[in-house]
Design a binder for this molecule. Structure first.
Ligand SMILES: [Zn+2]
Length: 208
């Protein structure tokens, strides 16, 4: 399947133009509640950075739109709490940003089954919507972490906050998890609108 993503930079943007489009690609049907909660969590975490986030489904294409910068997030496994448990290695990564020749690419991946495995023991049984909403919060934090790598093009981590290298169930389910000021500043410095046009990708084509 050949998919086309609009990655053509807006050379003379208007204030308020979309700055970062996030294309979502799910292996299985996500819970709508989790999806909504995830978007809200990413927006809350990114709020101090000042990015205008535009969410799109990769399956919808989007060739007619232009964005200053885009990222593609692929979600493996089942992103819903009513799915049966899956056995995944405990130590495996919850998410990753893809690399090529030492460069971080604008492609992230989130392992829903692993996220589910870590948080499920701390959730207990209960209201399905609440559980999916909490899963969305956890997914949002993993997405924000990978966006941090993608936007700053660094593999480095922070000691605390969203950019730290390991998440516990508490990190993913607690009331708030935010970037530390240093990471916020780094993200601000790397906002797409501040990059010269020559440093923006001219186009991104995905072959799946
Ligand atoms: Zn990381």
């Amino acid at each position: 399947m050949l998919l086309c993503c609009a990655g053509v930079p807006v050379l003379a943007g208007e204030p308020g133009d979309p700055e970062l489009a996030i294309y979502l690609d799910f292996e299985g049907d996500p819970s709508e509640v989790a999806l909504d909660s995830m978007k809200k969590e990413v927006a809350a975490i990114m709020e101090p950075v000042g990015l205008n986030l535009q969410w799109r489904a990769l399956a919808d294409g989007g060739c007619s739109e232009s964005f200053r910068e885009l990222a593609v997030m692929r979600f493996t496994g089942r992103c819903r709490m009513d799915a049966p448990p899956d056995f995944e290695p405990q130590a495996a990564a919850l998410g990753m940003a893809k690399m090529s020749d030492g460069e971080i690419l604008p492609f992230g991946e989130v392992a829903c089954n692993r996220v589910r495995g870590v948080i499920s023991t701390q959730m207990g049984s209960g209201d399905g919507r609440k559980r999916d909403s909490l899963m969305g919060r956890a997914l949002g934090r993993v997405v924000a972490h990978e966006l941090y790598h993608i936007l700053t093009r660094t593999r480095k981590h922070a000691a605390e906050g969203v950019a730290k290298p390991y998440y516990t169930a508490r990190d993913m389910l607690g009331n708030t998890l935010v970037f530390q000021p240093k990471q916020v500043n780094l993200l601000k410095k790397n906002r797409p609108s501040l990059l010269p046009a020559s440093e923006r990708p001219a186009a991104v084509r995905l072959i799946d």
